[in-house]
Design a binder for this molecule. Sequence first.
Ligand code: ADP
Ligand code: MG
Length: 369
Amino acid sequence: VSDVALREVSVAFDDVPALEDVSLSIETGEFFTLVGPSGCGKTTTLRTIAGFETPDSGRVEIGGEDVAGVPPENRHVGIVFQNYALFPHMTVRENVAYGLRYRDPPDGKSTGERVTELLELLDMKGMGDREPEELSGGQQQRVALARALAPGPDVLLLDEPLSALDARLRERLRVVIREIQQELDITTIYVTHDQSEALAISDRVAVIADGHLEQVGPPEAIYREPATRFVAEFVGDNNLLDGVVVSTDPPRVSLDPGGGLAEATTTAHGSGTTIPVDGVSDTNREVTLSIRPESLSIVEDGSSRLGGSNGPITLSATVETVEFMGDAYRVHCEWQGRELLVKTDADEPPSGTVTLSFDPESATFLEAP
Ligand code: ADP
Ligand code: MG
């Protein structure tokens, strides 16, 4: 059985849907991340699992049991919120001990032993007698994590725990969270609006938009094979080009502006840009091609292979702006009135007219909107 499951869960506030028919299964020991823009329903999903919201329809299962009617304190979940929510006039030790108000420490430990153990786990040894205002934001969030873990919950819920911290600290602390999660082997549901954070530390990611799931999968699949236009745009940098299926045997897509069947004749004679595509059976269908910036390369010699049946596709483009990223250049090019973003690890910034090349296998086709 899955450790946590949502079965067609819908939640509305004042008749406005916040979650619609959301179904998810999270496995034991998994680090599962919900990612999506602000207002898409991430916090509502966590609050529903924790028991602070009641689904209007559908159900929540924890450890295979329907938890309808089970109050939050009996669901054996630990929660960390975005704002640390520590008690300002309690010491660090007292704040962590507060996590044990409903349940005794696991393994017959005393409260004092358990608090000490958690402060060690979170590298906060020696800070037990401080008050929250004497701590940095990152330390406060470690205390909040220790408090959530104190009773040994079955499931850890983290709602944007790092979003109040600066970028460098965020990147450090996300690794700390991942390490602790692996050390404890605790089922964790992590919420963030930051897609790079989601990709970095998760076993699986669910992309949410507007109260529904767009895609669920391992980070690599979400990045390399986005299922929808929303995912292709939201996760990582991407080039999205609208095209039309111009032939089916073999299937090819035309990317020419105003392309379509009118272009098919010229294409057949070797001009125009068409790209082979697997598994498309109907001509004239509109599709969107998604190409990651690192899948486009800038080639030295400009030999053109437009419309070639095999091998790379080449495009003649103009460099407009170059950003130096340290380990790469982000090159903004124009091709036939459209912007193409290219990531290259060249030593020098490219300029002027360039030939871009990509392997059609590296492109993903999405249904046009
Ligand atoms: P996220 O955490 O992804 O930013 P939320 O789950 O907080 O999104 O909110 C989802 C939607 O539900 C938003 O439109 C938000 O305004 C609405 N919402 C959330 N909580 C409440 C509430 N208690 N009352 C009314 N509307 C709410
Ligand atoms: Mg939220």
